[in-house]
Write a protein that binds this ligand. Sequence first.
Ligand code: 4AD
Ligand code: MG
Length: 483
Amino acid sequence: MKRTKIVEALKSQAYQSAINVKGWVRTKRGSKGVAFIQLNDGSTIHDMQIVVDLEKLGEDSIKFVHTGACLSVDGKLIPSQGSGQSVEIQAESIEVLGAADPEKYPMQPKAHSMEFLRENAHFRPRTKTFSTVLRLRHGLAFAIHQFFHQKGFYYLHSPIITASDAEGAGEMFRVTTLDAKNPPLTETGEVDFSADFFGRQTNLTVSGQLEGEIGALAMGEVYTFGPTFRAENSNTARHLAEFWMIEPEMAFYELEDNMDLAQEFIQYLVRFALENYPDDLKFLDERLAKEESQKKAEERSEMGLVEKLRFVVENDFKRITYTEAIDILLSSNHHKKGKFQYEVKWGIDLQSEHERYLVEKHFKQPVILYNYPKNIKAFYMKQNENEEVGRETVRAMDVLFPGIGEIIGGSQREEILEKLEQRIKELNMPEESLWWYLDLRRFGSAPHSGFGLGFERLLMFVTGMSNIRDVIPFPRTPKSAEF
Ligand code: 4AD
Ligand code: MG
């Protein structure tokens, strides 16, 4: 018989009709002559209840039915007697496609710690929490393409192996053509890791932005969406060595248009999740509420997950300049009581404690900070005119979210050749390797802007997960590197 997905079967009202479902056992329990199996196939957060009449099918029919086993069940769809589900399946035959020895299967029918689940990443998607996160991850990836397609943006595939270093921060993974069996050696006999990719120094991309600019200055509005690599800081709950980034890049957009798009984009994605994944979000909402209830009262979030998502969809993000943000921080009680670990003064790169203060304590909502000091931002950002000496700024913007911190970084780009050349010189950057980037300013330059949204940071916000490793199926950490 053809398999019906559980998500479809649960919606069906074709009572008494024959049906086949396949999936993995969550739990099994029994009472006088009847066994109840909760079966899940990943198509929904909900399980299908399988009712087994042991007198009819025999005790042996469930002998190998344990948590984790994979079953194919033929039966009849019937209205459910119990609460919690509308239909269930009266089993007629149960085939065990793959048994799971309960003594050895690592996933038990109980709540496991996140750390334990990370160590068992190969079974993690079988848990409710992770299958939910993965459904949302899929849904939002789809919504990203839908959003841009509807707006007439083109999906540009930027390279993963590249010679460019968009952020200039030197946090790159080098790519070499090293032959492991016969590696080139240095004069002192050590492996020479400076061997290059066909004679060039290349790295895994830290951002598709510079290539995105090539697209924007020909096609108008483009976006990239792919894996991105940074060799730093991967030991925090908000950083990954391999993460996914969405980078729209638009000709004829000024910074203000860029901010408008960033807000519209995030609101669209959050609304998409609310409209299309209500059951998954309800589950995550309850999960988070449980987690919050274990925190100290003053650390507890005032809003539930769904409430937070609705708030973001319904309210404009607050927009303030970097300079205004510094003034707010300086006049705050936090500053007066000396509670900030890092000193606040104009020119500093804001630390996460400062960002958190602004979004979580002061504004209690998403904030877009813009016009940052030139010295703490990347070379390509457009310089503001009429600046106070010593307080030069660039047309940068960061979108900060409660509980997450920076979710988007972006800017208007410097489109004037001479200014860009001068900045590259000031920073001692290798101008030769940027010849093509400068060519874009030499021939048919135009004002343009763009930003990068960290996909996993967005997912943390939407799912309420507190560690970034729990919103990506295979986080790149030493412990999970075997996949
Ligand atoms: O602020 P970033 O470094 O900006 C850029 O890469 C620009 N080239 C984007 C652009 O203008 N096209 O990174 C953008 C976003 C951050 O706001 C953050 O959400 C995410 O990417 N991000 C990370 N996410 C997870 N792990 C990391 N190590 C991340 N580094 C950045
Ligand atoms: Mg940034």
